[in-house]
Design a protein around this ligand. Structure first.
Ligand code: MRU
Length: 362
């Protein structure tokens, strides 16, 4: 997607081929910076601190991280340690473990001297495949928007939560991919962007990428969505996901479940966009089985923004002696999901729907 007319990806190989560049998402929307990552430790730091975030993107970056680890030490012990460290960096998104396993499997049987170049090739393939999958999600999902545009003969209002745009993937995004496709085809779309406390991925990242690409949008407080749905101002909800069970339960950014409940109460279609790398075929009950990342209380007790004098400042918004809890994701049961938009097409949010598109997985 484009930043003011220039196409970007969210991670790429640096020009010398010996490191990766990322967009530091902790600095957006105030500054556009491209840190160079050269070591496993730098990659793990980038994932933990959310310089890179979003399920597909942390998978791709972790794949490059394993390559960088193998450049330093390609022995069996180092490979096993690096895989474990990367997989532990963030627990909820299944793409991370999937990508690390895929690179690990690609190099495990090779001689040590061949491992790093093979890992690099595999990581590049993972990144390219993610772009193709997200583009296909856009092409399949745009038909939902086209149908609404035809039925309504006016602007289609779509609500999204968190950031499931191109910044959360390698390019295109998941939830935003159909919106970018609709925009490209000249359909009139407008996006309600949940601010997404506590880290404000909606206000800081979704709003920024939509603005830079030229897509009409409005940022709303997280609590506004239900009211807008009651008043007919939301035609469709599309969100991304960090992990989907084989039965169709959806883990996504905290607050997604409440949007799904409001959508159901107001007969607003609630769709979830995902590449198949986000499906965890080993799980059946999302609420009981998906590990939910608990992040620092300081993300709740403080907010970061640009002060009136132009400096970026972090301020405390909670009394000093009040504790805070910060579960970062929640699980929306499959029964509240209208359907999935995947790289192979749309399907029901159910085991039959997923296996119909992707075959059996044990
Ligand atoms: O904590 P984050 O910002 O990594 O959470 C991201 C989300 O919840 C996204 O909605 C999800 O990863 C889908 S990304 C295409």
């Amino acid at each position: 997607m484009k930043i003011d007319g220039t196409p970007y990806r969210s991670v790429w190989l640096d020009t010398d081929g010996g490191a990766i560049r990322i967009i530091d998402q902790t600095r957006l929307p105030w500054a556009l910076e491209f840190p160079r990552l050269t070591t496993l430790a730098e990659v793990v730091h980038a994932i933990r601190t959310m310089q890179v975030r979003g399920a597909p993107l942390i998978g791709a970056v972790a794949a490059y991280g394993l390559w960088l680890a193998l450049c330093a030490d390609a022995g069996d012990d180092a490979l096993a340690r690096a895989m474990e460290t990367l997989q532990a960096a963030r627990p909820t998104a299944v793409n991370l473990a999937w990508a690390v396993r895929r690179v690990g499997d690609a190099v495990a049987g090779l001689a040590a001297r061949d491992r790093a170049p093979a890992a690099k090739r595999e990581a590049m393939r993972i990144a390219d495949e993610d772009v193709a999958q997200c583009r296909a999600i856009g092409e399949h999902g745009v038909s939902l928007i086209e149908d609404l545009a035809r039925a309504k003969a006016g602007v289609v209002n779509i609500l999204t939560h968190c950031n499931a745009g191109w910044l959360a993937t390698v390019d295109w995004g998941t939830a935003l991919a159909p919106i970018y496709c609709a925009h490209e085809r000249g359909l009139a779309v407008h996006v309600w962007v949940d601010e997404t406390r506590p880290r404000n991925q909606g206000a800081a990242l979704t709003a920024w990428e939509l603005a830079r690409h030229g897509v009409p949008h409005t940022v709303i407080a997280d609590n506004a969505g239900g009211h807008l749905m009651q008043h007919g101002q939301v035609d469709l909800v599309i969100v991304g996901t960090d992990r989907v069970t084989r039965t169709g339960d959806v883990a996504n950014k905290i607050g997604t479940y409440l949007k799904a409940l409001a959508a159901r109460d107001n007969q607003v279609p609630f769709w979830v966009a995902l590449p198949s790398t986000t499906i965890d075929w080993g799980l059946r009950d999302g609420v009981a089985e998906i590990p939910i990342e608990e992040r620092a209380a300081s993300e709740v007790t403080t907010m970061t923004g640009r002060a009136m004098d132009g400096t970026v400042a972090t301020i405390r918004i909670v009394p000093r002696d009040s504790p805070a809890a910060n579960p970062a994701f929640d699980v929306t049961p499959a029964r509240l999901v209208s359907g999935f938009i995947t790289e192979r097409g749309c399907c029901a949010a159910s085991e039959a729907g997923l296996t119909g598109l992707f075959g059996g997985h044990d």
